[in-house]
Ligand binder design. Structure first.
Ligand code: G6P
Length: 476
């Protein structure tokens, strides 16, 4: 038994490493909601994460027990999981199977296709989850609280419960949850294992009521568990798991402070010079299948085709940052995004006006600069657990931006009164919503944006995390 009172477990940790040719390691700190939630809490929190690359593995091996404290990373244990096991767990199971199921991304005449190889992948996922359960069991003080994150770690709560029945465990799913009819694409035993793994936790959290309800429905349909959707409890194998909805929001003050820094201001100036006084439609995403970037660009093309009055007067800034390039689907998707972007530029660009600027290299300060300048923010995912772009944009927008938002994003539940809501599959409707957004009078835009900002900052990361720990004490 260890001496940590609060532990967090996630696949991606707060830092990553790069290895130079001469063998020197350099450390980089990541961003994101979880990092800021924990940074604000201070105290005795241990973060357990996986080594994601060869450089991470080298860094984890150079220190005792993977404790990155030695590098100045804070209390972090990075697990040196063998590369093959990690890749099968992360790429084949987490990102190609569980992610696809919850975001409903399969092309069902062809995929999924579960065969003998999938079994080996699944065993790696089990081993990867067991490595986390072992580390958490070893480091937790008696009665400690453990917060396990996301679809990479669905089995870890149950495995940890077996090893350490004294612990208080919360699992949080950052993705949507699939309805039972779609969830049943998973092989039966795997579908059961995932649900039972999460039910090893005392509390299972989701970003939106919709995803919590779908999880409860899956427990009833697949496990025949006793569920109470009103009290939000699932009783299975003699244990009760409470289900909670905690919609992660933004820390407005710290985001605004970051956006006020000189690197962001310099990029804002450069962007303004590039686009002049034209209206700006902005989108910012990882190049991710669920983000629906290709249909978003098709909608912009339709806007320009149907409304020639915007020619020369609007620019679409589309930031599509690299993601999960080990998967062929993601590489193909990136190419599809680039293809349609080139078509739009060829079709409408006239030498004096560049209708579309697509950027594929990750640049966080440039993203913050674009939020500041946006007249319209387009967030049109096929499905999304929450979507923090929809929340960051209104917070940073200088003149108040109009938000065009997919009804399939978790954020829709909190923002649908003031966003222009769309069906993400309806390209024509999206094009018309973009037109409406461009035409929205400045006063109305500013008023809506102020209310969107209030919604976006309701549950900032620290409170979001605190609410889950409080739930473990039965306070919620
Ligand atoms: C989603 C997931 C996170 C994940 C992030 C980036 O938001 O819910 O768990 O960390 O995508 O994906 P990556 O595979 O690069 O960690």
């Amino acid at each position: 038994m260890g001496d940590s009172q609060v532990l967090v477990a996630s696949n991606r940790g707060p830092v990553s490493f790069a290895l130079a040719d001469d063998g020197t390691l350099s450390m980089r700190r990541g961003g994101g909601g979880l990092v800021s939630a924990l940074a604000g809490l201070g105290g005795d929190i241990l973060w357990v994460c996986a080594a994601l690359s060869d450089a991470d593995r080298a860094a984890a091996r150079r220190v005792e027990d993977g404790r990155l404290d030695a590098y100045g990373a804070g209390a972090v244990r990075m697990l040196d999981i063998p590369a093959g096991t990690f890749h099968r767990a992360y790429n084949a199971v987490a990102n190609s199977t569980l992610w696809f199921v919850h975001h409903m991304l399969y092309d069902s005449p062809n995929t999924p296709h579960f065969d003998a190889r999938s079994r080996r992948d699944w065993q790696s996922y089990e081993a990867y989850n067991a490595a986390f359960a072992d580390a958490l069991a070893r480091d937790a003080r008696p009665g400690a609280k453990v917060a396990i994150q996301d679809y990479h770690l669905t089995l870890a709560p149950g495995m940890l419960r077996e090893r350490r029945p004294d612990l208080k465990i919360v699992h949080f799913a950052h993705t949507p949850w699939a309805p039972p009819e779609y969830y049943r694409l998973l092989p039966d035993d795997i579908g059961r294992e995932v649900l039972e793994g999460i039910l090893g936790a005392d509390h299972a959290g989701f970003h939106a009521q919709r995803w919590a309800d779908a999880f409860i429905d899956c427990c009833a349909a697949v496990l025949q568990a006793k569920v109470d959707p009103v009290a939000r409890t699932v009783t299975h194998a003699g244990r009760v798991t409470r289900i909670g909805v905690h919609g992660l929001g933004i820390d407005g003050d710290s985001l605004r402070a970051r956006a006020a820094e000189p690197d962001v201001q310099a990029r804002k100036k450069a962007l303004r010079e590039q686009v002049g006084d034209r209206r700006l439609i902005v989108r910012i995403d990882r190049t991710e299948l669920s983000k629906n970037i290709v249909r978003g660009l098709a909608a912009y093309r339709e806007l320009l085709a149907k409304h020639p009055e915007w020619h020369g007067r609007v620019v679409h800034l589309a930031f599509a940052y690299p993601s999960r390039h080990d998967l062929p689907e993601y590489r193909e998707y990136t190419a599809a995004v680039q293809r349609i972007a080139a078509e739009i530029s060829d079709e409408f660009g006239d030498g004096t006006w560049e209708p579309l600027i697509l950027q594929v290299n990750d640049d966080y300060p440039r993203s913050l600069a674009a939020y500041g300048l946006a007249d319209v923010l387009l967030v049109n995912p096929i499905r999304d657990g929450m979507n923090l772009v929809a929340k960051e944009g209104p917070v940073l927008s200088e003149r108040g931006c109009a938000l065009v938002l997919s009804r399939e994003a978790g954020a829709a539940a909190e923002m649908d009164d003031d966003a222009l809501m769309i069906n993400p599959f309806d390209v024509s409707q999206t094009a018309e919503a973009l037109n409406q957004a461009l035409l929205m009078p400045p006063d109305e835009r500013a008023e809506r944006c102020a209310r969107l900002t209030a919604a976006a900052t309701t549950l900032p990361p620290q409170e979001w995390f605190g609410a889950q720990l409080a739930a473990l004490d039965g306070q919620l």
